[in-house]
Design a protein around this ligand. Structure first.
Ligand SMILES: [Fe+2]
Length: 185
């Protein structure tokens, strides 16, 4: 598998009548090929900012390889579109929230391991955190250009909603990582 093969597969799923369902089906079929995906994306570091994560970006699709180091926890955030994650290695706990207006309501929790898939609808926000001593590395697929879409993030302590701002996001991530867990609501 080459990076462009992965891009083509995801772009075809994106073009279907029900993109999120098609992406789920595609990622299910790729669970058996995690080794190949890891090799194809070996050139992407996955950490150190978006430029080191993105390997495809278009108005209707963004593909990232994301590497969360041990101890890293995100603040609650949304993506401005639907999102799918296929975990390639490590362990990643996701706390999912419904966003009612600007308010967060904790909905569920899911722990991903190698080959696990998580799908999130546009109205879902989440906190992702690396669990264990190895980095959590995943293929992240989004149904739009997540660098241009309006997105939100929430202060990890006050849960006040803010428009996504990467400088502020890192401050929130440091605060979130120092907390004992994802915010309860
Ligand atoms: Fe996310």
């Amino acid at each position: 598998m080459k990076p462009h093969d992965l891009v083509t597969l995801c772009a075809n799923a994106r073009d279907s009548a029900d993109p999120l369902a098609a992406m789920r089906e595609l990622l299910e079929s790729l669970r058996k090929r995690v080794d190949e995906i890891e090799q194809a994306l070996d050139y992407i570091p996955g950490t150190g900012g978006n430029a080191n994560q993105v390997f495809y970006r278009a108005p209707d699709l963004t593909l990232l390889k994301v590497r969360f180091p041990a101890g890293r926890r995100t603040p609650p955030h949304d993506h401005g579109t639907w999102a799918s994650i296929l975990l390639l290695s490590g362990g990643e706990k996701n706390t999912l929230y419904r966003t009612d207006g600007g308010a967060l309501r904790r909905a569920s929790e899911v722990t991903l391991t190698r080959g696990s898939i998580l799908n999130m609808r546009e109205e879902t926000a989440h906190v992702a955190e690396c669990i264990g001593s190895e980095p959590a590395i995943g293929l992240h697929v989004y149904g739009g250009d997540i660098f241009r879409l309006p997105r939100r993030m929430w202060h990890p302590q006050t849960l006040v909603a803010h428009p996504l701002d990467w400088g502020l996001y890192e401050n929130f991530a440091r605060m979130a990582s120092a907390a004992p867990g994802a915010p309860a609501t």
